[in-house]
Ligand binder design. Structure first.
Ligand SMILES: Nc1ncnc2c1ncn2[C@@H]1O[C@H](COP(=O)(O)OP(=O)(O)OP(=O)(O)O)[C@@H](O)[C@H]1O
Ligand SMILES: [Mg+2]
Length: 171
């Protein structure tokens, strides 16, 4: 896989750990910078296998990972266009609870890695540090919601629906 020619693939984007392309078969290929990070991301996606909150992961070899394409927009961009519905709040709460169920230590995700798909279903495109850092509530997600101007709406739904979590998250 190391000799893969990505020049004919559609470029989707990049971050600090790599470049991501869409392959003709509809799957996504990520060429990572660091093999250890690639392995960690792969492990997290493998642990999450079967969860509707994550893309499928197909294989990993060295710095290359093949995963499912996610058709959507990141949370921050989505909220700018469409605002924050109660349905979306409930799905974001569901995402954090899914992290806990899966045994993750870091119960947080930046808005940029949270993709909103059809019917406002969530898929986490790029989990990292989920097994390494310990973060007990979604502080960076809440910061992004604050910056998007929808934190009051988020907390009001959380308070009504999940007063237990409201106490822990409302810092
Ligand atoms: N499964 C996917 N489906 C669709 N687009 C994707 C997918 N994975 C990644 N992308 C696109 O590629 C970009 C970079 O991917 P990714 O976040 O995995 O890279 P990264 O280097 O780990 O980023 P960061 O430094 O933010 O952690 C994303 O912002 C997104 O636009
Ligand atoms: Mg990353």
């Amino acid at each position: 896989m190391s000799s893969i020619d990505v020049s004919k693939y559609k470029y989707l984007g990049h971050g600090k750990n790599g470049k991501v392309y869409l392959m003709p078969d509809g799957k996504v290929i990520k060429i990572c910078r660091r093999e250890d990070r690639c392995l960690e991301e792969y492990k997290v996606l493998k642990m999450a296998e079967g969860s509707s909150y994550f893309p499928k992961v197909y294989e990993r070899k060295g710095k290359v990972m093949i995963r499912e394409y996610v058709d959507g927009q990141d949370l921050n961009t989505y909220i700018k266009k469409y605002g924050l519905s109660k349905n979306l709040v409930l799905n974001l709460i569901g995402m954090v609870e899914e992290f806990e169920k899966l045994g993750f230590k870091r119960l947080d995700m930046r808005g940029i890695h949270i993709y909103v798909t059809k019917n406002e279903k969530i898929k986490v495109i790029d989990p990292s540090m989920q097994l390494i850092k310990t973060v007990k509530y979604p502080e960076l997600m809440l910061r992004d919601l604050r910056n998007s101007g929808v934190i009051d709406k988020f907390y009001s739904v959380l308070k009504d629906e999940r007063p237990d979590l409201y106490k822990k998250w409302n810092k």
